[in-house]
Ligand binder design. Structure first.
Ligand code: FPP
Length: 275
């Protein structure tokens, strides 16, 4: 298979070994979702403007996308612009829009060559014309790719997503297509913007904030959470390996008993029946 390279640097041996170790160690998350935070503080700590931090953040986006494709992670969702981000100073919003449009223009071919599919969730209609155009073109160009699904959450919020799903379901009830009693978890999931994407296995938040910030509220019900103090522009592949390593150490219980406890309880049950 063609080696993945978004960053145009050859993968060194030590990195290959780090990836091989992770793959040997255990199961990888199929879907990683990231709240990219700390661009502003990173820039400030270097005596620079916030937009300098966003620019550096794009380099992390490239590196993390590349490494997810190399490892075989199937879905990567990045919280790139929240509904609440529209309230930031106009200058910063405009700089982010320009950066997004420019990055898409620069990277679309590269994503395509590396068999990566670009998708978005959120209110894309609110974006300036140039951004929408770059997004539409990149989505169209990469639509048949299947190595990694890179989903950008843009003008996205979890509450917006749930509200839209509720509206769609209410219309279906009104049109007599379904009964209110038919509505269940799966039906709600299938009316969200992420209907085609499995729920995230691992949610990462950078910059040490212990919040979900209106990200994938419904979808993260059973996701493992990993929070690091590292600011997003410094979050590169070695940091991702740490997050995946931590994920592999956890036992996902989905509300049930742990495997150890299940065995113990089964033993007690047999004992009860035989005494
Ligand atoms: C959070 O840092 C980051 C954002 C609101 C924007 C993230 C955008 C990028 C990394 C660049 C564009 C993305 C793509 C996909 C090309 P912050 O500004 O909230 O930092 P702070 O909490 O330190 O103020």
């Amino acid at each position: 298979m063609k080696p993945i390279s978004l960053t145009n640097t050859e993968q060194n041996d030590s990195d290959k070994q780090s990836q091989a170790r992770l793959l040997e160690r255990g199961t990888l998350p199929e879907h990683i979702a990231i709240i990219m935070d700390g661009n502003g503080r990173w820039a400030k700590s270097k005596g620079n403007m916030r937009s300098y931090g966003h620019k550096a953040g794009v380099e992390s986006v490239r590196d993390i996308t590349e490494v997810c494709a190399q490892l075989g992670v199937k879905y990567l969702t990045l919280y790139a612009f929240s509904t609440e981000n529209w309230s930031r100073p106009k200058l910063e919003v405009n700089a982010l829009m320009r950066l997004l449009a420019r990055s898409l223009r620069k990277e679309a071919e590269n994503l395509n060559e590396n068999n990566i599919r670009l998708e978005t969730i959120g209110q894309i209609d609110r974006f300036p014309k140039r951004c929408k155009q770059e997004l539409t073109e990149a989505i169209e160009l990469t639509k048949d790719n299947d190595r990694l699904n890179l989903c950008l959450a843009l003008s996205y919020s979890g509450r917006w997503d749930i509200t839209e799903a509720v509206k769609k379901l209410a219309h279906r009830v009104q049109d007599g297509e379904i009964e209110p009693e038919d509505i269940n978890d799966d039906m709600i999931s299938s009316h969200l913007s992420t209907a085609e994407i499995p729920d995230p296995d691992l949610i990462i938040r950078t910059s040490g904030e212990y919040r979900i910030s209106n990200f994938l509220l419904w979808q993260l019900a059973y996701s493992e959470l990993y929070i690091t103090e590292t600011y997003w522009p410094d979050f590169r592949r070695d940091e991702l390996y740490k997050a995946i390593h931590s994920f592999q150490e956890r036992e996902r219980r989905f509300g049930k008993l742990s495997k150890k406890e299940q065995k113990k309880q089964a033993g007690l049950h047999v004992q009860e029946l035989t005494t």
